[in-house]
Design a binder for this molecule. Structure first.
Ligand SMILES: [Zn+2]
Ligand SMILES: [Zn+2]
Length: 367
């Protein structure tokens, strides 16, 4: 095949297959044949055309990409260890590497104006058009960052590198989890559940996950993934259960992954141990009045906000998957083809309530 096929978003909730020429690869550039894409909540907003990137210009969505190197331009130093045929994961961001944010290691804060871009968010009119994972091929420019998928790990499991790396970033890097500590995850979504692996890997003594009654299947899954206990906050008193589970001391680290709801942040302060850490990663889209700020001071609690993942966390997540010590595949509940994107989005978003979704994958390999 000397053409690429991409699922192009032409309008909100409207996509069509289009053909593109395969690019000529300059030095350092790579062409990846896409095998699978993980989906996250940002894909729902993108599909609906309400994400911050959408400006009405056609684009190929998909930013949690795993595939096989099909072709490479002349090798640069950073491509030395890669070869045609290698399975790789693609960093969702192409960064400038030179701005203050990049130099600080804050890739997602990159404000380099010429090369900073995110896969799944670049118009097809920008050459060579193949900037999204919902396609047979994706183009990696010379500064694009690739990670080798460990030997023996298939493309579907490899796509879990994205949510699992979040666990590393939020719990281990930002939360500073130490062996023997007790950790509470508020919210059993894909990100909350995927955090369990990194927290276990870091040597935590206890991992507890909260959810609502409608999340029961996710709470059950949490136990299968390695949690020690779950709390249904609609049926149980969170604060009392937290005391019970921690011998009254509270959790060393509490991670709030819940979107929209602000009460979990107030609850986090109640159940965190003195001198403990709260990591806030759930976007609320609203301010929070009535936050008991004095309690934060008196308990000497560290409150850490964060979004996204760093290079190290991406790499550690792939190492964790490669170790095969954890049942990562259990996170994956659905796999759809490119032609089923609308259904995949409904399943992930819970619009289709008969499907019990956690991790949803789009794969173009039927093409
Ligand atoms: Zn994502
Ligand atoms: Zn930069």
């Amino acid at each position: 095949m000397n053409k690429a096929v991409g699922l192009v978003q032409v309008a909100p909730k409207q996509c069509e297959l289009q053909e593109f020429s395969l690019p000529t690869l300059e030095e350092g550039a790579v062409l990846v044949r896409v095998e699978a894409n993980g989906l996250c909540a940002s894909d729902i907003d993108a599909y609906n055309g309400i994400d911050s990137y959408w400006d009405g210009r056609q684009r190929i969505l998909g930013h949690e990409i795993v595939g096989v190197i099909e072709d490479m331009g002349a090798k640069t130093k950073i491509r030395d260890s890669f070869n045609v045929g290698d399975r790789v994961a693609v960093n969702p961001f192409v960064i400038c590497g030179m701005c203050t944010a990049c130099l600080r290691g804050d890739q997602q804060g990159c404000n380099g104006t010429r090369v900073r871009l995110r896969y799944g968010a670049v118009p097809t009119e920008v050459e060579p058009a193949l900037w999204g994972g919902y396609a047979t091929h994706v183009y990696i420019p010379p500064s694009g960052i690739l990670y080798r998928v460990p030997d023996g790990i298939g493309a579907l499991d490899a796509t879990l590198w994205n949510p699992i790396s979040g666990g590393y970033e939020w719990a281990v890097v930002r939360g500073g989890i130490q062996p023997g500590q007790k950790v509470l995850i508020l919210g059993p979504g894909q990100r909350g559940l995927a955090s369990i692996f990194a927290i276990r890997h870091a040597g935590a003594d206890q991992v507890v996950v909260t959810g609502l009654s409608r999340d029961q299947y996710k709470l059950d899954l949490a136990m299968e993934l390695g949690a020690d206990a779950t709390i249904n906050v609609e049926k149980e008193n969170l604060i009392e259960r937290a005391k019970e589970l921690t011998g009254g001391a509270g959790f060393d680290v509490v991670i709030d992954t819940t979107p929209h709801a602000t009460q979990p942040l107030v609850d986090a302060l109640e159940v965190v141990a003195r001198t403990g850490t709260i990591v806030a990663i759930g976007i609320k889209n609203r301010p929070l009045d009535g936050f008991p700020i004095d309690q934060l001071l008196m308990k000497r609690v560290r409150l850490q906000g964060w979004v996204g993942q760093s290079n190290d966390s991406f790499q550690r997540a792939l190492d964790l998957i490669g170790s095969e010590r954890f049942p990562v595949h259990k996170l994956r509940t659905h796999v759809f083809g490119l032609d089923e994107l609308g259904t995949a989005i409904d399943v992930l978003g819970g619009v289709n309530t008969t499907e019990k979704a956690v991790n949803v994958v789009i794969t173009p390999t039927w093409a």
